[in-house]
Design a protein around this ligand. Sequence first.
Ligand code: NAD
Length: 499
Amino acid sequence: MEQLWHFIDGKRVAGTSGRFADVYNPATGEVQAQVPLANAAEMDAAVAGAKAAQPAWAATNPQRRARVLMEFVRLLHRDMDKLAEALSREHGKTIPDAKGDVIRGLEVAEFCIGAPHLLKGEYTDGAGPGIDIYSMKQPVGIAAGITPFNFPAMIPMWKFCPAIVCGNAFILKPSERDPSVPLMLAELMQEAGLPDGILQVVNGDKESVDAILDHEDISGVGFVGSTPIAAYIYERGCANGKRVQCFGGAKNHMIIMPDADLDQAADALIGAGYGAAGERCMAISVAVPVGDETADRLIEKLIPKVEALKVGPYTAGDDVDYGPLVTGDAERRVRGLIDRGVEEGAKLVVDGRDFKLQGYEEGFYVGPCLFDNVTTDMDIYTQEIFGPVLSTVRAQTYEEALGYAMDHEYGNGTAIFTRDGDAARDFANRVNVGMVGINVPIPVPLAYHTFGGWKKSAFGDLNQHGPDAFRFYTKTKTVTSRWPSGIKDGAEFSIPVMK
Ligand code: NAD
């Protein structure tokens, strides 16, 4: 059995807590490795190493820091196949999807190469006689990231690339369910020239997370995961005086107007609802057709497409649309919710519960499910399922459909499919959701924009990546300087105002 490690001060370090978690191969159901779960003493050691290394890194000019990321991008391309295979083996997603996971992180590394420009402060020349004002963006010091299982390459990179290029040291606590790719990324950063101690990967669970939240040398914490944990981390981190941003769960609605191209909408729902087995925070999990005629036609188009979805292991290559869920626990949870939907009276028009794959009977697979006539009081509507399950809630009018997206407690992403620019514009303006697609089902902003939800999908200020990340990982210092020319005026006793 392979035993994984932490990556501290540029070296692989064995766990000393005596606690481990199993890491599965979800395609076969086998345990393939064990990951050590750090205790507070191991976290202390990682933070001490980061604290020793950070001042010299902060003093390295931003262009040199950016060059590390330039080389990192090259190495990511070099090792793309290796990274994707390791990612699929622990997560279960297909190889093309795993490559997408790496690439959406790589794009943030590319954006961060602009650090010398992005870190420039503001300057006012001659704000008063002999007076100039300028601002500097200085690193927060040591930042930490706690990341989820569903994007084990992308989300760690969303966190550590901007944090590090801003001159911080970074403690990454990846998901214990798929820790190998984060460990590989840290070694690639080292190969790219990052000094030891600047990126520490500490594996663990709640115990190591609590050690982060209570550590007085950690100034900023970024979290991505489920909403109850996001709320907990936000509260405890803020109570300890840290700057904290936490991104939580989702229930993304896609509204299909009567004038939409229904073939296009159905294809969009298939990709956005079932891709990565629905284990995406930007997956569409609720389809809201407007009018019964639209709903009937949409369901008619969806049924054969859902039934034709190919489910299997990542090793089957192009023959697979999506793979297993990440763990047996996740599979049981999703199956439990599907059963609950049936009990509650929703109509299961495609039932994937009996799906079995010969030779992979122990894998964590769930066949695709499609519900019609879902109502807003049902558990399958109120809860995030995070599985290959699409629910249809029928609306009679546009206002009713908009109301569903507005009233749900989550507000991560949403989409509208229509040919009517007026409806699309009204929707984008009024909906209280952070990321909106117009004829685009998964509107994940590119690296130079920012990513973040509203309502219970995010806690704290500022989004991830884009210019917001540079704000989150730096503190602003504003300097007012005066260089009197000629005769000095003597002391001033009233509060200074510009003359
Ligand atoms: P999770 O909340 O179970 O775990 C996320 C992280 O928190 C992991 O590192 C885990 O070790 C840690 N953790 C778990 N329980 C903890 C506890 N009790 N105390 C402290 N730390 C704890 O989430 P997950 O299952 O890994 O990821 C799926 C969730 O993440 C979904 O809800 C999904 O919507 C969400 N997600 C959100 C975004 C976003 O940007 N909004 C992006 C991706 C995933």
